[in-house]
Write a protein that binds this ligand. Structure first.
Ligand SMILES: Nc1ncnc2c1ncn2[C@@H]1O[C@H](COP(=O)(O)OP(=O)(O)O)[C@@H](O)[C@H]1O
Ligand SMILES: [Mg+2]
Length: 367
C-alpha cells in the first residue's frame, strides 16, 4: 500500500524527549531566576562614600545579574537540547529495536516463509508479548498450511486411483476384445460410483468449511432418529443392534448438515463394529449452555493415539477394510468440519472394552 511518508516513530520519540527536557530545564532556570530576583533589588541606592561599615565596594544590580545569568542559562539550555536529541535518539532506537524484528518477520511471512520466528529474548514486556503472540500465529498458520498441502496431495491421489483403475480396465478390454463385457461394465460401474462418492464427500467438506448455510433451530434427537431409521437396514445386514435415546437437544444450524454429521457417525459405528454381534448406542443430552450427541459402539480395541488421528482426511483405521463398507476416508473429517462450523467440538475416545465413543458438543440454541 502506498502511504504518504511521515516522521518515523524514532524521530517523534526523540523530539518529544528533547522537548520535555527543554521545558523542564527552562522551568528550572525560571525558578532560579525568580529566586535570585528576590535578593537583588531593582535599583541599588548606594550609601554615601565613607558610610560606616560600607567600604567602597560595587554591589551588583539587576542588570549585572542579567548579564551574568542569561548567557550561562542559554548555554545550559543548548546543552540540554543536544543531550535530549542525542539521548532520545539512542533510547528510542533501543526501545524500538524489537519492533524492527517483528516487522521483518511479518515481511518474511508475507513473502510465504512461514518457518521464520521472531523469538524475542528477555523478560516479558509489551513487545515480548506481541512477538510471542506473533510466533504463535505463525506456528498455527504453518501447521494449517502443511495440513492443506497434505490434504491436496491426498485428495489428488484418491481421485487418481479410480481413474487409473478405469484406465487399466479399458486397456485390458481393448487388447482382449473377446472378453465378457458384462463383467467389465459391472466393475467400471463400481469404480465410477466410488469416484462419485469421493467427489461428493469433497464437495460436502468444502461446503461445511465455507460456513455459508442458513441457521435454524435443530433438534439433534430428531436427526439421530432419522439417521438411525435410514441406516437400520445396514445395521441389520451387519448384525448390529442399534439403540437410540435421549432428550430433546436443540442447537442452531443447518438440519441437512447436522443430519449428515449424525449419519456419518452412525454409519461408522455400524461398519467399524464387531460383525454379527455389535451394538451401537446413539444418545442426545442437554448440558448447561450445550447439547451433546454421543455415538458409541462395540468393536476392536483402539488406542488413544490412533483414535485422535482418525479425524484427519483420508485417515483410515489399521484394521482390514472389507470391500462392502470401504469408505472414502472423509467421514470423520466431514463430521469435524460440520461440528466446527456450528461452533462445536468433536471428541473421540476409545472404549475400554473395545470400540469407540464419539461425542459432539454443540452450543445450545438460545431460547
Ligand atoms: N465408530 C468407529 N469405531 C471404530 N473405528 C472407527 C469408527 N469410526 C471411524 N473409525 C475408524 O476411523 C477411520 C476413518 O473413518 P472415516 O473418516 O469415517 O473414514 P471411512 O469410514 O471412510 O474409512 C475408519 O477407517 C475406521 O478405521
Ligand atoms: Mg466412515
Amino acid at each position: 500500500m502506498g502511504r504518504e511518508p511521515g516522521l518515523s516513530v524514532r524521530l517523534k520519540l526523540t523530539l518529544s524527549y528533547a522537548g520535555f527536557l527543554m521545558v523542564a530545564g527552562a522551568l528550572l532556570l525560571a525558578v532560579v531566576w525568580v529566586f535570585l530576583l528576590r535578593y537583588v533589588p531593582e535599583v541599588i541606592t548606594t550609601p554615601g562614600p565613607g558610610a560606616p561599615g560600607m567600604p567602597g565596594m560595587a554591589i551588583p544590580d539587576r542588570a549585572d545579574l542579567q548579564r551574568a545569568f542569561v548567557p550561562k542559562a542559554a548555554v545550559a539550555l543548548a546543552f540540554l537540547l543536544v543531550l535530549g536529541l542525542a539521548g532520545g535518539w539512542f533510547l528510542a532506537g533501543s526501545m524500538l529495536a524489537p519492533l524492527t524484528r517483528i516487522t521483518n518477520a511479518t515481511r518474511l511471512a508475507a513473502d510465504g516463509s512461514l518457518a521464520h520466528r521472531v523469538q524475542l529474548e528477555g523478560r516479558a514486556d509489551e513487545f515480548r508479548e506481541l512477538a510471542d503472540a506473533f510466533d504463535t500465529m505463525l506456528a498455527r498458520l504453518e501447521a494449517h498450511d502443511a495440513e492443506q498441502r497434505r490434504f491436496a496431495a491426498n485428495a489428488s491421489h484418491e481421485l487418481r486411483t479410480p481413474l487409473a483403475i478405469t484406465q487399466a480396465l479399458l486397456d485390458v478390454a481393448r487388447t482382449d476384445l473377446g472378453r465378457d463385457t458384462g463383467e467389465l461394465v459391472e466393475r467400471l460401474h463400481f469404480v465410477n460410483s466410488r469416484a462419485i462418492d469421493l467427489t461428493e464427500a469433497l464437495l460436502l467438506l468444502s461446503r461445511a468449511n465455507q460456513r455459508s448455510f442458513a441457521r435454524e433451530p435443530v433438534d439433534l434427537s430428531l436427526a439421530a432418529e432419522e439417521a438411525a431409521e435410514t441406516l437400520l437396514p445396514l445395521a441389520e445386514k451387519h448384525g448390529v443392534t442399534l439403540e437410540t435415546g435421549g432428550e430433546v437437544a436443540t442447537t442452531t444450524g443447518s438440519y441437512v448438515l447436522l443430519l449428515q454429521m449424525t449419519t456419518n457417525l452412525v454409519h461408522n459405528a455400524i461398519v467399524h463394529n464387531l460383525a454379527g454381534r455389535g451394538t451401537v448406542w446413539v444418545t442426545t443430552l442437554v448440558r448447561p449452555g450445550a447439547v451433546l450427541l454421543t455415538v458409541e459402539n462395540t468393536g476392536e480395541p483402539l488406542s488413544q493415539p490412533v483414535a485422535s488421528t482418525l479425524t484427519e482426511p483420508f485417515q483410515r483405521g489399521t484394521g482390514r477394510v472389507r470391500a462392502d463398507h470401504a469408505g472414502v476416508g472423509l467421514g470423520l473429517a466431514i463430521v469435524k468440519s460440520i461440528a466446527q462450523a456450528h461452533g462445536g467440538t468433536l471428541t473421540l475416545a476409545p472404549r475400554a472394552a473395545g470400540g469407540l465413543r464419539v461425542t459432539v458438543h454443540l452450543p445450545a440454541a438460545a431460547r
